[in-house]
Write a new protein. Structure first.
Lengths: 310, 310
């Protein structure tokens, strides 16, 4: 019998809220095959995870073999596959690696869920982003600065020589989604196009007076009714107002400072927007690719947890 | 034939986004009968208004008579029954009364839509609240201060001796609704009860650093996950954070000042919450009943527009 993927020794998974990405990996952490689906944790009951995973990786599996599967992200949340308890801050990957073994029906897989992180003062949690931070540390072990992970719930992580000291989550992406799709503003931002020329002024105005947010939001609707401002300009301004709120807050928290290096994870348009906004403040962020980092982080965890030993 | 409502000479209507309230009025502006329904403007096509109205007032009508019906609110919006063009600021009721006549199929009613107000710098609009302000002016013709109208879209109106000089709308109520019902926070605020003891500290903290909003919002979720804080406390804090944002913004705009009288319209729990929040800033607002004011405003408009002359 021919082996499906001769070089595959383990499987890496990033199971987010809306997306699950699966990589067949070799012993050196190189990707040999890829799968993904929109069966994110938001859509699944805990009883559905195994079948969902098998559906993605079945062609890679052999009988009479057992492959380690290491999973980062929301699959380890209370509403996920099984809860992988949060680990405390300050958190150093090298000393505090931890995963939770999941009993599966199918003996061809051995599933491990990576733990997320919790912070008590002020209360905050993350699941999945810590693995990207580990990935960053494989490239820059002594990074001393702030790691920014834009997204539905953006994370700002204070990292000091391999130790996560603190982090802050902003609901910016979810606020944008709610306001543009569910609020009264949805009638005024009916477009997917972007009006770059409307961004800067809106961002800087909102940054100077972040408290004016809920009043500025209504103004977008009024601009539409009274001045016939186009939907793409209004959508861009909405984005600028919310991003300015996040950046004003993180600046107040001391996370944006001249002497503090910024690492920005994400090559998407959202990542570009964060980089551009920081430039408007005179800050330069070093950009990293999120997918490469989560793979690197999972590989590092795979080694540290000793999963390579059968 | 007996007359249904012998004293009724006209009908007053407040047609809001979510609620329509109808009053049969006598010549002195006294209510002789009341109806209401949840057929607000948000639920209706423009072709459905006449039938909706008739359904509420049919028992009051007589054949061979034609009753004036004066309507304030969203029925006059672009998506409403028929558009009643906005009037400009500064706006003095006494000099600038205006209504739009609506052609109806049923000859027993003569329908007039009151105009709303628009402001160009910064862009803002109102429909319905101006009628409550007129009502307030019937009681205090020389009021020189700020009128606060809490609601889904709260209005702060700068009023000077009968003239509306400027106003600001905050989306606070809609933000609360979206966040408590549609966002990830809905899992953490699953209650209708109120934890008054959690309000003050949350309000004052958020007022001191309004920019921290989107970061504080996520913290509510984390508090639930990590500290098992109760849903009523989290819901109360959510409310406090959003109200603090509005009040911080309006204070920055110069609308909350020691020498500026505050009139607060609304006897609901929301009105009480605004009054309490202002007290935390050392401000005292005079309270008014919204329903009484909109009736008084409509009566004043009925007189000014000469609708009493058949």
């Amino acid at each position: 019998m021919k082996t499906a993927l001769p070089n595959m020794t383990w499987i890496a998974v990033d199971w987010g809220s809306s997306l699950v990405r699966v990589w067949a990996m070799d012993a050196q952490g190189k990707v040999v095959a890829t799968q993904q689906s929109s069966q994110g944790a938001n859509r699944l009951q805990n009883t559905e995870y195994e079948a969902t995973l098998l559906n993605l990786i079945e062609p890679w599996l052999e009988n009479h073999q057992s492959v380690p599967v290491l999973i980062a992200g929301m699959a380890g949340s209370r509403q996920g596959w099984q809860e992988a308890a949060y680990l405390n801050l300050p958190w150093s990957w090298a000393k505090q690696a931890q995963s939770t073994f999941v009993v599966t029906q199918d003996s061809r897989i051995r599933v491990y869920l990576l733990s997320g992180l919790k912070q008590l003062h002020p209360p905050d949690v993350m699941r999945g982003e810590e693995t990207q931070v580990i990935g960053l540390l494989t490239q820059q072990p002594d990074f001393n600065g702030v790691v920014i992970l834009p997204g539905t719930h953006s994370k700002w992580v204070r990292l000091q020589e391999g130790v996560i000291q603190a982090f802050h989550t902003c609901m910016t992406g979810e606020l944008f989604q709610l306001l543009s799709e569910q609020s009264m503003l949805r009638h005024s931002v009916t477009t997917q196009t972007w009006a770059a020329e409307s961004f800067d002024a809106a961002f800087l105005t909102a940054l100077a007076q972040p408290a004016q947010l809920s009043y500025r939001l209504f103004s977008l609707r009024a601009e539409h009714l009274l001045l016939d401002t186009k939907a793409d300009a209004l959508r861009t301004k909405l984005s600028a107002y919310l991003l300015a709120l996040e950046i004003a807050a993180m600046r107040e928290q001391g996370l944006i400072q001249a002497e503090l290096p910024l690492a920005l994870i994400g090559n998407s348009r959202l990542g570009q927007l964060y980089a551009h906004s920081l430039q408007l403040l005179g800050m330069k962020a070093t950009r990293f690719d999120g997918e490469a980092l989560v793979q690197a982080g999972l590989y590092r965890a795979y080694q540290e947890l000793g999963l390579c030993v059968n």
